[in-house]
Design a protein around this ligand. Structure first.
Ligand code: KG4
Ligand code: ZN
Length: 342
């Protein structure tokens, strides 16, 4: 007998992207994302403005995802949403909307941990793309997090290393701000780095105990370096923009990969993945593959649309939870900080 298909509608609103996706079994039928331009002029995400924009976006985004997927509301088997971690005011919009919709459609409600979502995006069915075998390691690098995660089971993960100060995405964005780029500057550093010399400037790398990361020292070292150079040449940044971008990017990627390689060796794991917004970075994507060839790893790199925040990754995580009947109820609330559990 053919198994019944499972259709899940997922909503993601943890930061400044409002997203909705429809998943059928393990395939994505639609993944609609509305970004928020408003934050660019402020140099970072303004939480109050983000929640207001989510309120404006949520209905059209969900409607668009359903329309594009070509499913009827009555065919939806479950509603999933990001419970946390993230900005509380942003999370509340997606959480409340998901709760109401689940109630209206009389279907189960699934509360998803955003960080599990980034990792499990690798399990979205995408043609013949191979998936990591358990257990595997995932370097999750975003604007808010930098984690080396040991994935024991799809819904059982452990953080092996994390940042003790800034996240990798923050390091990119703060360095970009010093170079005069608008927020988020990570993708702009990536773009300019393509034309630059990564060995032109050298920045100090931190010494951190265990498998953790630190990026605040790098930020200070870039700032002082630029300030000193500008005393000699006031146009230093403009004159050396591409080389600065390439050198900063190289340093951040080297810091990330050296810790990842340590953990891979210590845990004797060869399936290694990257996830999160910074996994869209072209240098990180290239260097992890080069390192993987050297070390005999199977490396897994997400498709671009599944790197930065999106509801498809929430939907696939919800599917693993659906299969275990891991549902929540109408008393659930959004959580800005939450334990690293599914
Ligand atoms: O996962 P994400 O969309 O949101 C969070 O959960 O934080 O990650 C956003 C972060 C930002 O810091 C952004 O600058 C960074 O990912 N990012 C990049 C690139 N694309 C996005 N950083 C470097 N290179 C990129 N190509
Ligand atoms: Zn994220």
């Amino acid at each position: 007998m053919r198994q019944k298909e499972t259709i899940i509608l997922a909503i993601e609103s943890s930061c400044d992207d409002t997203s909705a996706a429809i998943l059928k079994n393990n395939s994505i039928l639609s993944n609609f994302i509305a970004g928020q331009e408003i934050h660019r002029q402020y140099g970072g995400v303004v939480p109050e403005l983000a929640s207001r924009a989510h309120l404006q976006n949520i209905v059209p985004v969900v409607n668009e995802a359903i329309k594009k997927a070509g499913v009827k509301k009555s065919e939806i088997d479950a509603i999933a949403f990001t419970k946390g971690p993230g900005l509380l005011g942003s999370l509340v919009v997606g959480t409340s909307f998901a709760k109401s919709l689940a109630l209206a459609l009389d279907v189960p409600l699934i509360d998803v941990n955003h960080m599990y979502g980034h990792v499990l995006a690798h399990f979205i069915d995408d043609g013949d793309k191979t998936k990591p075998s358990l257990p595997f390691l995932c370097l999750t690098v975003s604007g808010g997090h930098t984690q080396i995660v040991l994935v024991k089971e799809h819904l059982d993960m452990e953080i092996i290393g994390t940042t003790i100060d800034d996240a990798a995405g923050e390091a990119f964005d703060k360095a970009a701000k010093m170079l005069g780029f608008p927020y988020p500057g990570g993708p702009l550093i990536d773009k300019h780095a393509k034309e630059g010399d990564p060995n032109r400037f050298e920045f100090a790398k931190p010494k951190v105990a265990g498998y953790n990361f630190s990026f605040s020292g790098l930020k200070t070292s870039i700032l002082y370096f630029i300030q000193n150079q500008e005393k000699i040449n006031p146009n230093f940044v403009k004159d050396n923009l591409n080389d600065l971008c390439a050198s900063i990017q190289k340093t951040i990627v080297e810091i990330l990969l050296s810790q990842l390689a340590l953990v891979a060796k210590e845990y004797d794991i060869r399936d290694i993945a990257i996830a999160g917004g910074v996994s869209a970075n072209s240098e990180l994507r290239l260097k992890i593959q080069e390192l993987g060839i050297k070390k005999g790893w199977n490396t897994f790199i997400p498709r671009f649309e599944y790197c930065t925040d999106n509801a498809a990754m929430i939907a696939i995580t919800a599917k693993f939870m659906y299969d275990k009947q891991q549902f929540t109820n109408q008393s659930v609330t959004a959580q800005a900080r939450m334990p690293f559990k599914a």
